[in-house]
Design a protein around this ligand. Structure first.
Ligand code: ADP
Ligand code: ZN
Ligand code: ZN
Length: 669
């Protein structure tokens, strides 16, 4: 029998559950977006009220009541509820999972006895202020861009395509300033890639807005700090939120503007759980709040570039460097040393370095591999060091004489002799940051060389200290991985040397080229940012590849347009939409079997719209003792793909030992 009780539809953090019905007791006041305490089986959990209706399909005697309303914070706003529902639908997870995983820990727990004291701590004012900074006069390009931005009053997505050092950040700051001036209670969402790599962004914003409250959200905050910052945004006490990808799920009282810096950056895509793209959700939020969105990059993602080319996004361009006489560096391509040579730097590279160092400027050496050497190998029997748990090589780290798997972290001691033939002359092959560091110290005696990678600076403050040394001029040569590429506004780097880019160029992954192009443009962009011209030397065997031709000209447009043509002709992303089903199991056969069954079930479901490919073993088949395979599906029509994925998942029969994940818009295929 259908009752006429007031029913709260509640979502909880369980992947398989949808909206659950709970009766609202007569004397209880519940609002949409309230957190509530409910019983689930025998557990007591925190859920969120997403709807209030009269009557339930559930029999009266089986219907439970809401235990308590947790009104310690204002209810989650409607736009936030729609956001999490959209994300759940798009990325194929449950609404409850998407919503609850976006909340700080303390809001997901049943309140304890000392809740009032906890809440008081949570509402302590955030750090603010900063050293006042000089504000540069805008140049003409910046002015034109800012004018266009200031005219936008409603939703519109802008793609700010500005070369490295063109002063994009300055434009962001001006636009934020103007927006906060116009909308007194407005709030700004400013997304940045991994925050420990861009320590300057937060302090730069605090200094520019000493009167405003700036909240931060990123993975290195403690639970308490995260809660405090989250709450300040939710309650409208923070004017600006600077954060990494998870910040896109913050709850705002009055969102007025959205900015995504370095919008192409891979870190905007979540790698586990709800595999969302923060950039795409940021655009969604702009639309939902009818406010403008700005995506900025020197090397936009192909998705955004395509949309800008199609007129869906408005393209704004800054083609010149902002600071004084700073021009883009000159790029030279040169052959790497002969194979089998023990050196990584050619004479040409060394002499280019010497010249710059003699002029009192710094050199930055980029190599995208940490450790000493790619592998240890035995020249007499061809043994190579490999991981016990994965189908990968182990990297030789000389400092602690260990062999490390960069995929699972497995570590072993360097053997005294070849474990297969007993040869004692086992040799390192290929180079990483440690080995380059060693070579630099030998080649440039008396010069101060510093290495920055995840091994040398594993903590945030260590990285900051290391970069501070570079900025203070206490370093002549800086060698490092990706970590040295991002965002740093080095003042005195005269030369950037790029080593070993060829390995990634040869990768079969669809997006390898665009990712490499973005990285190398960014690294190259560290040279000559202020005044004196800079130079870039790239050691490559593929100087005539169009990739390096475009890179040498630092012409992203040339690169992207050519790549888009190829993608369009071949119906590849971003001209189609993809989802990737991945399976892992103790044996590859089990993984493949599961995917084959899934493919078959998919064929039975599909209209013509969805293309289902054959299951294939993954590039690295074995990872942490599990063997993996993947199955790609494509569809030119987004809603059709979405419907298919929903229906498809419910057909999966999952044998014991098999785990699967489904990723929409996969980053790496
Ligand atoms: P981007 O974010 O495009 O890489 P930044 O905003 O970091 O560039 O600017 C690069 C450098 O140029 C910074 O040191 C910045 O202070 C400086 N700069 C920005 N705009 C101007 C300007 N209009 N005049 C002089 N210097 C500027
Ligand atoms: Zn051997
Ligand atoms: Zn491993």
């Amino acid at each position: 029998m259908k009752s006429n009780d007031l029913i709260a539809k509640v979502i909880v953090d369980v992947p398989t559950l949808g909206e659950l019905d709970y009766k609202v007791p007569e004397d209880m006041l519940v609002a949409l977006g309230d957190r509530v305490l409910v019983t689930l089986g025998r557990r007591r959990v925190v859920g969120i009220v997403v709807n209030l209706v009269r009557g339930s399909e559930i029999a009266e005697n089986r219907l439970r009541s809401v235990t308590a309303v947790l009104n310690d914070i204002p209810p989650l706003p409607g736009e936030w509820l729609r956001l999490t529902r959209f994300a759940a639908g798009y990325y194929q997870r449950s609404w409850g999972e998407a919503a609850l995983s976006a909340l700080p820990l303390f809001l997901k727990r049943a309140p304890g006895k000392r809740q009032a004291a906890v809440m008081e701590r949570m509402r302590k004012p955030l750090e603010s202020g900063g050293r006042p900074v000089e504000v540069p006069e805008l140049n003409d390009e910046q002015k034109t861009v800012l004018d266009a931005l200031n005219r936008a009053e409603h939703f519109e997505t802008f793609l700010l395509f500005g070369v490295t050092g063109s002063g994009k950040t300055e434009v962001y700051l001006r636009w934020m300033e103007e927006t906060l001036r116009r909308k007194e209670d407005g709030q700004i969402l400013f997304l940045v890639p991994e925050i420990n790599l861009t320590p300057q962004s937060v302090s730069r914003i605090r200094s520019r807005f000493p009167e405003k409250t700036v909240a931060v959200l990123h993975s290195e905050l403690s639970d308490g700090e995260r809660a405090r910052n989250w709450l300040a945004v939710h309650e409208g006490r923070a004017d600006i939120l600077v954060g990494t990808r998870t910040a896109v799920f913050a709850s705002f009282k009055h969102l007025a503007l959205v900015i995504v810096d370095e919008e192409h950056d891979g870190s905007y895509k979540a790698g586990d759980g709800l595999r969302f793209s923060a950039r795409d959700l940021a655009v969604w939020r702009g639309k939902a709040n009818d406010v403008p969105v700005l995506l900025g990059s020197a090397t936009p993602s192909l998705e955004s570039w395509m949309k800008a080319s199609a007129g869906q996004y408005r393209l704004l361009t800054m083609a010149h460097r902002a600071s004084g006489r700073a021009v883009l560096p000159e790029v030279t391509l040169t052959d790497p040393p002969e194979k089998g040579s023990r050196r990584s730097l050619t004479d040409f590279t060394v002499s280019a370095m010497t010249k710059v160092l003699e002029a009192g400027r710094q050199v930055l050496v980029f190599i995208n591999r940490r450790g000493y050497a790619q592998v240890l190998s035995c020249p007499s029997c061809n043994w190579v060091s490999s991981c016990r748990h994965c189908s990968t090589f182990t990297v030789f780290h000389k400092s602690d004489r260990s062999l490390v798997c960069h995929h699972c972290g497995w570590r072993s001691k360097v053997p005294e002799a070849c474990p297969v033939c007993g040869n004692v002359d086992i040799l390192p092959r290929g180079s990483g940051t440690e080995r380059i560091f060693e070579e630099l110290e030998i080649r440039f005696p008396g010069k101060r060389v510093l290495r920055i990678d995840r091994d040398s600076v594993s903590r945030k403050h260590e990285a900051e200290e290391a970069f501070a040394k570079v900025h203070a001029g206490e370093v002549d040569i800086l060698v490092g991985t990706q970590m040295i590429a991002k965002g740093h506004d080095f003042r005195n780097v005269g030369l950037v040397v790029i080593l070993n880019a060829d390995a990634q160029l040869l990768s079969p992954a669809t997006r390898a080229r665009e990712m490499l192009f973005a990285t190398l443009m960014q690294v190259a962009g560290r040279a000559g940012r202020h005044g004196e011209a800079g130079r870039v030397v790239i050691q490559t065997r593929f100087a005539t590849d169009p990739f390096f031709e475009a890179l040498a000209k630092q012409d992203y447009r040339l690169f992207a347009d050519a790549l888009l043509d190829v993608r369009r002709e071949n119906f590849l992303v971003p001209f189609t939409h993809q989802a990737l089903l991945t399976a892992q199991a103790p044996t590859l056969a089990q993984s493949l079997r599961f995917l084959e069954d899934a493919a078959e079930a998919g064929h039975a479901l599909e209209g013509d719209a969805v293309r289902i490919y054959d299951p294939v073993p993954m590039n690295i088949v074995r990872l942490k003792e599990l063997e993996r395979a993947q199955l790609l599906v494509e569809c030119d029509d987004r809603p059709a793909l979405n419907r298919f994925l929903r229906a498809w998942q419910s057909t999966f029969r999952v044998p014991a030992g098999v785990q699967w994940t489904l990723e929409v818009d996969p980053a790496e295929v």
